[in-house]
Structure formats: C-alpha cells, structure tokens
Design a protein around this ligand. Structure first.
Ligand SMILES: [Zn+2]
Length: 288
C-alpha cells in the first residue's frame, strides 16, 4: 500500500535497520522493486528523480503507474513514492501529482534560503499527509549533472533543519553519488555521530549507497542512518544482464527480440540487487 515514509523510517531508526530507496526508471524497474519488497516482507521507498520523472512523461504518469501496480500486484507491504533531489517547483508538482513523500534539496542554496523554502514545503507536505526529506551540505558526485566532491555537513545546520519538523534528513558525511573513486576516504563517522547527537531521533538518510563497503553501511545504520538510497547499482546490474543476453546472441534466437524476453534478464538482475541490499540494510521481514 502507498504510504508516507514517516512511520516506516521512525520504526527503522528505533529498530536499528534502514529502509532502502530504490530509484525507478520505467515499468520494469518499478515491478522488480515492488515484487522483491513483497517477497521479502520489507518496507520500501521508490525514488524518482526529476530527470526520471520527465523520462516517464511526468510525475502524474509515475504516480498513476505506481498506485495501479500496487493494486494489481497485491502489494501489501508499505511503499512510499518519493521525489529524489527535488527542486522547489518539482516538490510542489509531486505533492499535486499524488506522491506520498518528497525530498526538497536546497543544499546548493544559501543556508537561510534553504531554511525558508524547507519550512514552507514541510508545512505544505504535512498538510497533505506527505513526508518530506531535506538536505544539508551538498552530497558529492553527480546529481543530475551537478558534480561535487564528498563534503561533510555542518551538524549545527543539520539541527536547524531538523528542528523545522522535517521527517528525514540527508546530510553529507563524505558520501558520493555514483561510483566511488579509488582514493575515496570512506564515510566520516565523526560527522555522523555529531549530527546524530544534535538531531536525536531524526531518521538520517545516506545517499550514494552504491559502492560503500558493507561494514561501513552497517556502522552508519548503528549510528542513526534509517534510509539508504540505491540507484547506480541497479543500473549497473540491469545493464550487465542485458549486455550478456545480447552478446550471447539470444535476441537472434526464436522470438528473443520480444521486449518482454529482452528485458527479462535485466529485470531479474534488479531483483537480485534489491534483495541483496534489503538483506544488508536489515529491512527484511520488517513490513509489519
Ligand atoms: Zn542523492
């Protein structure tokens, strides 16, 4: 069922596990993530970037597809449909379109402006029962074309945003979007602990989950991370399985060119990746 992310993340923070946000790109992606969550009895968050929303012809299309798919597939685990790295305008559009959760990313704005816009969108989202994530301190790597390096957020700024009543908080702790460079220094647990100290019960969000070693993921969860975003890893496993299918010449055998056959190995590969992440994050069996 489609719900806001508030309750599932409060439970995760209290239970010391994390709920995965898996970004979706199309019907196959959505179906693979939903079926895996149901099979593992895990809560799940479907992430949609503004670019992916545009690709799928708009947020209304996405919301309608997700709602219908939850019904047709009899998905009973909690599912949140969440805007990823939303602009001010994009956040408003998703609230209108029927998303159950949004992220407003004002991290690139002057801090006072981030506070003002976050405050306004928190009030708007909450008036409709929608959960909201805000961001402090830009997260490194590429976010829809914007490239940064692994920064660390200021814990005092995190507290100011947390005190606005946001439901989950994304803060840079040296994490990066996309593949990690060989010379990456790892997560800053000192920063994470300092943020947790000031923001108390607030579920913290770890972006750029692809390529962070399992032991660092587990330590981050133990220190208050309750939501972990996974995007690139599903793309890599989908691409690898699809490439193997083509390279083996299977699209040339019989009706192997049928898109339902051509995309099947990739869809299965996404399921395997999602399963692996849910097991690592500890969300398996936590749907109730
Ligand atoms: Zn992100």
């Amino acid at each position: 069922m489609l719900v806001s992310a508030t309750e599932m993340l409060q439970k995760a923070a209290a239970g010391k596990y994390a709920v995965g946000q898996f970004n979706i790109n199309n019907l196959e992606w959505t179906k693979s993530v939903l079926l895996t969550a149901q099979e593992l009895n895990s809560p799940v968050i479907l992430g949609v970037s503004e670019g992916a929303g545009k690709y799928m012809t708009g947020f209304k299309t996405v919301a309608a597809m997700v709602k219908a798919m939850i019904e047709e597939l009899n998905i009973t685990v909690p599912v949140a449909l969440h805007l990823d790295h939303g602009t001010y305008e994009g956040s408003k559009k998703c609230i209108e379109a029927g998303f159950s959760s949004i992220m407003f990313d004002g991290s690139h704005l002057p801090f006072d402006e981030n506070v003002e816009k976050s405050k306004e969108l928190i009030a708007l989202a909450h008036s409709k029962g929608i959960s909201i994530e805000c961001e402090v301190g830009a997260i490194g790597g590429e976010e829809d074309g914007v490239v940064g390096k692994g920064e660390c957020a200021d814990p005092n700024e995190c507290k100011k945003i947390a005190d606005l009543g946001v439901d989950m908080l994304a803060a840079g702790i040296g994490n990066i979007h996309g593949k990690y460079p060989a010379n990456w220094e790892g997560l800053s647990f000192e920063t994470l602990a300092a943020i947790k100290e000031l923001t108390k019960e607030m579920p913290l969000v770890l972006h750029g989950g692809t390529g962070i070693p399992a032991d660092q993921i587990k330590k981050a969860i133990s220190l208050g991370v309750a939501k972990i975003n996974v995007n690139t890893e599903c793309q890599l496993s989908f691409a690898e399985a699809t490439r193997k299918y083509i390279e083996a010449g299977k699209d040339l055998e019989g009706k192997g060119f049928d898109p339902r056959k051509l995309l099947a190995p990739g869809a299965e590969a996404i399921k395997a990746t999602v399963k692996e992440k849910m097991e690592l994050f500890g969300s398996v069996g936590k749907a109730n």
